[in-house]
Design a binder for this molecule. Structure first.
Ligand SMILES: [Mg+2]
Length: 255
């Protein structure tokens, strides 16, 4: 596209048509696509995970009581976390990691593995029962009419399961990408799903390293969602910062 613009620019220079040259350049500079992080950017993740763990525990209590007789809810979460910390090579795929832990738990207690898929579905349904931050859903609905929207997430929330998939043109998880943010490959793979390139895309997220520095290293602009006004921890600073979702559109227009 840059080559096409240069050719157009050259022909227009001959006609001394400065306005059209600027329009051409602007068409490549203007943001066309907004890609979002999900957890702690569009909703708070801790409450929804706590609710999902509780739903899973209640389900175990009804159908696999030997597990809940041995472990309290809190102890079972710690059991899972200990397992997950020992498997860093699986951290990009939280679905497989949780199912792997469930199989290990079944082996320990003496159940077979048949409970893994229905048990995971209980957790996952509750994990996608999110409560959007005030104004976040309205912001997405409004921006989806003007921009191409996308998702790049390290988690296993699913905008289609949540019921807002129609607002997004693409969604890529670390599970599908094979690597987690801030790895460059997840951003490159996301752009393969998008109709736009890095320079036309802005990424919005709450995590300085995974979201902001990750996106900027591949040439995206990046807006830091920082509702609690945390100090920037260092490294390349964000393109812009917002405290509230309603500020996002103005920031993007002025990039
Ligand atoms: Mg996040």
């Amino acid at each position: 596209m840059v080559l096409a613009c240069n050719e157009l620019k050259g022909s227009m220079l001959n006609r001394s048509n400065a306005n059209e040259i600027m329009m051409c350049l602007n068409s490549f500079m203007t943001i066309k696509c907004i890609a979002f992080d999900l957890d702690n950017t569009l909703w708070a993740v801790n409450p929804v995970i706590a609710k999902a763990e509780s739903s899973f525990y209640e389900w175990l209590k009804s159908y696999y009581p030997k597990i809940t007789q041995k472990y309290s809810g809190e102890a079972l979460v710690q059991h899972r976390m200990d397992y997950m910390y020992a498997k860093p090579e699986m951290h990009h795929n939280l679905t497989d990691l949780r199912k792997s832990w469930m199989r290990a738990l079944a082996d320990e207690i003496g159940y077979d593995h048949d409970y893994v898929e229905p048990g995971f579905d209980v957790f996952w349904s509750a994990r996608n029962d999110v409560t959007f931050y005030d104004g976040a859903l309205e912001m997405l609905e409004k921006l989806s009419k003007k921009y191409s929207l996308g998702v790049i997430t390290n988690g296993n929330a699913d905008v289609n399961k949540i019921g807002v998939g129609h607002l997004f043109d693409f969604s890529l998880s670390s599970e599908a990408a094979g690597v987690s943010k801030p790895h460059k490959d997840i951003f490159h793979k996301a752009m393969e799903l998008s109709d736009h390139d890095f320079h036309q895309t802005v990424y919005v997220g709450d995590d300085p390293e995974r979201d902001i520095i990750g996106a900027q290293q591949v040439g995206m602009k990046a807006i830091w969602y920082n509702p609690t006004l945390m100090p920037w921890p260092g490294g390349q600073t964000p393109t812009a910062v917002i405290q509230h979702h309603h500020q996002l559109e103005d920031k993007i227009v002025n990039l």
